[in-house]
Each structure stands twice: as structure tokens, then as C-alpha cells.
Design a protein around this ligand. Structure first.
Ligand code: FAQ
Length: 330
């Protein structure tokens, strides 16, 4: 991915063992790496991959919830949902900007997404069938996103780490609005409680899959941990999420769809059942319930917006030409 014309801002560096050791020493000393600093090509590539996928996840992640904006049950719910979806658009834009500091353009990244080649989080390929799904997404999906993203605020790459600080604050609000929707439904009529339980049943396992493959199958974890891009492994974060979420489900009076879920006194954590990794990989490889529809929706938006991009560019060029005439006349 992005093999041509990519290494933009940083200087080309000969990657001698001394250079690699000096770079690792900066990481080990917890120094932040900034856009124009020399960095190994593989570090740059890994960040472009992860930040690009993360940006796409935010942008595609607007679709499942956007589906319910016109059907939110009250004005208050509609206003909160609109704000949440708008925040997600903002997160995508910060993240595309963070990736651009590494020498890839937003246009390149978007073309990867709309051609179906780019990855984005598996979770957004599942449908939102009822209003309770909006509660479940806020509670579980944003809850999982926060668990994964808080450590990214300490990521070694400065622009990514700084973007994550604001993103995490906003995700906290999202998580609470989702939990509050679930609470109201769980304390409502039997039909509302049933709707909340059904949403939890459908979103629980896909939420656990958000953390990525198990540690033994995670291709990038070791190197990303050495570079302090990742601070915890996929399984460590998944476990933290389970431990934090089980008591929240208990408070709601809802049950998690996992018969193997049990408190492990000796380890001080919850044991949970086996994740269906076949389902995970099928969704990651494009065969989830809505992969094709999600990519088609983003492609349509990109094509429909072409005239806006052209007009903005024409305006910018005209302005630049006027300014250069004015400077020449001074
Ligand atoms: N879905 O070796 P690893 C959100 C891929 S934001 C799809 O473990 P890594 C906000 C992975 O890319 C949610 N693909 O990879 C919101 C790699 O493929 P590659 C997104 C997945 O990078 C809330 C391959 O499998 N968050 O939710 C998934 O070390 C509500 C091997 O995996 C982020 O992106 C998956 N679940 O660890 C918005 C956070 N998992 O590139 C709207 C930043 C793995 O070799 C509504 N990202 N893959 O072709 C990360 O922390 C990491 O990239 C991981 C994966 C942990 C996702």
C-alpha cells in the first residue's frame, strides 16, 4: 500500500545499524518523534497503516449511527446523536491530517478506502437494526475504542499522540450517551428491555473483535510495542475491556451472551469464552454483512463531493494568482 511517492516530508535516510540504534534509543527515552525527524521507513509505514486504518474507521463508523439520525426517538436524542456522528467525522479528519505529516495524502488514503483495498475496523460492517443498537454502539464500541485509544495518547509519534487526547475526551462523552440509552431501555417496558438485551447479544462479540487478533496471531504487535506505538497487546486491552464492562452490564440488569464468562478469583479478572476468529477474519477480508454497502456509501460520497473539491481548488488557485499579482505590484 502507498508504495510510490510516499516518503514525503522526512529526509531519505540510510538505515545503518547506528541510525536504527539511535532511533530506538530516542524511543526508549520516551522522546516524541516529530514529522521532520529522521525515522526508519518501516516505522513510517506502520504509522501510516495504523493511522490510516484508524481514520477510515472513524469515517466509516459514521454510517451505522447516521442510519438512525432521522429516527431518533426524541429531539434530545437526535441532537446528541448528530453531535456524536459529527465528532466522528472530526476524528477522521484529525487522523488523516496526522497521517499526512508522514507524507501520504488524504486523497491517496481515500482512494484506498473507496477502492475497497484499505482496512477499517471490522465492527462497522454490522447493521444497526433497532434504536437500542445506538445505545450498544456508544456503550460497547466507544468503550472499546477508549480502552484502545487512551494508551495511544502516549504513542511515540507526536501528532498521533496529540490527536488522541481530544479524541479520547470526546469518546468518553459518546460512551456515556450510549450507556444512558441502554439504562433507559433496560429500566423501561419489558419490550424495551428486550430490545436492549437483543442489541447487547448482537454487539458483544464483534466489540471484543475490535481489539484485533489474539496475541499469537498479531503480526504487528511486537514491533509496534518496541516502537511504543502500542503500549499493550491486543489481548491485554481486550481483557481490560471485559473487566470494565461486565459490572456495567450487571448494573443494567442485562446478561452477556457468553456462558463461559466467570470471575476468576485467582487471577483477579473475568474469564471469557472463545471468540469466533473465523467470523473475525471473514469480516476483515470483506465478507461481513455490510462491507460492500459501507465501501459503496463512501465511494458515492467521494464521487458526489468531486465538484466541491474542484471548486475549492479553482478558488484557491485564483486567490493565489491574485495575491502574486498584488505582491508583484508592491
Ligand atoms: N478490524 O497485527 P495486528 C472507533 C488487522 S475507532 C479490521 O494485531 P495492529 C471510534 C490489522 O489492521 C476503531 N482489521 O495489527 C468509533 C492488520 O492488518 P494489516 C478503530 C483489523 O495494527 C466508535 C491485521 O489485522 N480503532 O471505534 C482489526 O498491530 C463508534 C493484523 O492485526 C483503531 O484503529 C479489526 N478489528 O493492531 C467510531 C485504533 N484488528 O494492516 C464510530 C488504532 C486487526 O497487516 C462509532 N489501531 N486488524 O493489513 C490499533 O490500535 C491497531 O491497529 C489494532 C490492530 C489494535 C486495531
Amino acid at each position: 500500500m502507498y508504495s510510490q511517492g510516499l516518503i514525503g516530508s522526512g529526509e531519505q535516510t540510510t538505515e545503518t545499524p547506528e541510525f536504527l540504534a539511535a532511533f530506538q534509543a530516542r524511543i526508549d527515552a520516551d522522546e516524541k518523534i516529530e514529522p521532520n525527524d529522521p525515522m526508519p521507513a518501516a516505522y513510517r509505514k506502520t504509522l501510516i497503516r495504523q493511522i490510516g486504518q484508524h481514520a477510515h474507521s472513524e469515517i466509516v463508523g459514521m454510517l451505522p449511527e447516521g442510519n438512525w439520525i432521522t429516527r431518533a426517538p426524541t429531539l434530545r436524542r437526535k441532537a446528541a446523536l448528530l453531535a456524536k456522528v459529527q465528532d466522528e467525522g472530526g476524528h477522521g479528519l484529525y487522523l488523516y491530517s496526522a497521517a499526512e505529516t508522514l507524507g501520504v495524502s488524504r486523497k491517496q488514503m481515500t482512494e484506498e478506502l473507496v477502492s475497497g483495498r484499505a482496512k477499517y475496523s471490522s465492527i462497522f460492517n454490522y447493521p444497526t437494526q433497532t434504536w437500542a443498537d445506538i445505545g450498544a454502539i456508544g456503550w460497547l464500541v466507544d468503550g472499546a475504542a477508549i480502552m484502545n485509544q487512551v494508551p495511544l495518547c502516549r504513542c511515540s509519534y507526536g501528532p498521533y499522540a496529540r490527536a488522541m487526547i481530544r479524541v479520547c475526551k470526546e469518546e468518553s462523552f459518546h460512551q456515556r450517551q450510549g450507556y444512558e440509552i441502554m439504562l433507559k431501555l433496560a429500566e423501561g417496558s419489558p419490550a424495551q428491555k428486550e430490545m436492549a438485551q437483543d442489541a447487547l447479544n448482537r454487539w458483544w462479540w464483534p466489540s471484543l473483535m475490535m481489539f484485533g487478533p489474539p496475541d499469537g496471531a498479531s503480526e504487528h504487535s511486537d514491533q509496534s510495542t518496541r516502537w511504543k506505538i502500542k503500549r499493550f497487546t491486543n489481548d491485554e486491552l481486550r481483557q481490560k475491556f471485559v473487566d470494565a464492562t461486565v459490572p456495567q452490564a450487571q448494573r443494567l440488569g442485562l446478561s452477556l451472551p457468553d456462558p463461559a464468562l466467570a470471575w476468576n478469583e485467582a487471577e483477579g479478572r473475568y474469564d471469557y469464552g472463545e471468540i469466533d476468529w473465523d467470523e473475525f477474519w471473514a469480516v476483515v477480508k470483506g465478507h461481513g454483512p455490510l462491507n460492500k454497502a459501507r465501501v459503496a456509501a463512501r465511494k458515492k460520497a467521494w464521487e458526489d463531493g468531486a465538484w466541491v473539491r474542484e471548486a475549492a481548488l479553482a478558488h484557491a488557485k485564483k486567490r493565489a494568482a491574485r495575491q502574486s499579482v498584488a505582491v508583484a505590484a508592491e
